[in-house]
Design a protein around this ligand. Structure first.
Ligand code: IMP
Ligand code: MG
Length: 179
């Protein structure tokens, strides 16, 4: 598995620092609010599990699963809800979408449209990684862990064909693996 990695972009130590910083920012901003962390499956589970423990204000968690990718490394542009939120009471909630990576932005643009229609009090985005060069939709992260160059990355929850999610760091995949 490790032989398929070209370069480590974020080490375990760097990821820990990033998550602590984001947790502190969110803690400050959500005092007295009705925070609901919405993890986008499956890529954000590792990030979510670490981030929620750095948030020191009360919150609840929920999960959504969407798909836009098929099995390749480029978005198909078509987003499909595979699993919706468990909660029906989004009205008045302060939703914070927790994503692994903001790439074209097509997935989050769609999610925000769907969730806004349910009248939350607020809706914001926290992404671990951001690839701004690749943006197609007008979507911006309110909380961003790190900007990365346009390479296909895996680890810390991120996959290629469902593999590599269990790597503890974020690394660029060797192009030979997906070409
Ligand atoms: P977007 O709709 O193009 O912004 O795609 C977002 C989703 O695509 C992310 O939540 C990831 O699941 C997936 N994705 C985008 N870039 C990468 C990558 O470099 N590695 C792994 N998954 C990625
Ligand atoms: Mg994802």
């Amino acid at each position: 598995m490790i032989n398929d990695i070209e370069k480590v972009l974020l080490s375990e130590e760097e990821l820990k620092k990033i998550v602590e910083r984001l947790g502190a920012e969110i803690t400050k901003d959500y005092e007295g609010k009705k925070l609901v962390l919405v993890s986008v499956l499956k890529g954000s589970v590792v990030f979510m599990a670490d981030l929620m423990r750095e948030i020191k204000v009360p919150c609840t968690i929920d999960f959504m699963a969407v798909s836009s990718y098929g099995s390749g490394t480029k978005t198909s542009g078509v987003v499909k809800i595979i699993k919706d939120l468990d909660t029906d009471v989004v009205e008045g909630a302060d939703l914070l979408i927790v994503e692994d990576i903001l790439d074209s932005g097509v997935t989050l643009e769609y999610l925000i449209k769907v969730l806004s229609a349910r009248n939350p009090n607020s809706i914001k985005i926290c992404t671990l990684l951001d690839k701004p060069e690749r943006r197609k939709a007008k979507v911006y992260a309110d909380y961003s862990g790190a900007q990365i160059p346009d390479a296909f990355v895996v680890g810390y929850g991120l996959d290629f064909n469902e593999k590599y999610r269990n790597l503890p760091f974020v690394g660029a995949l060797k192009p030979a693996v997906y070409e």
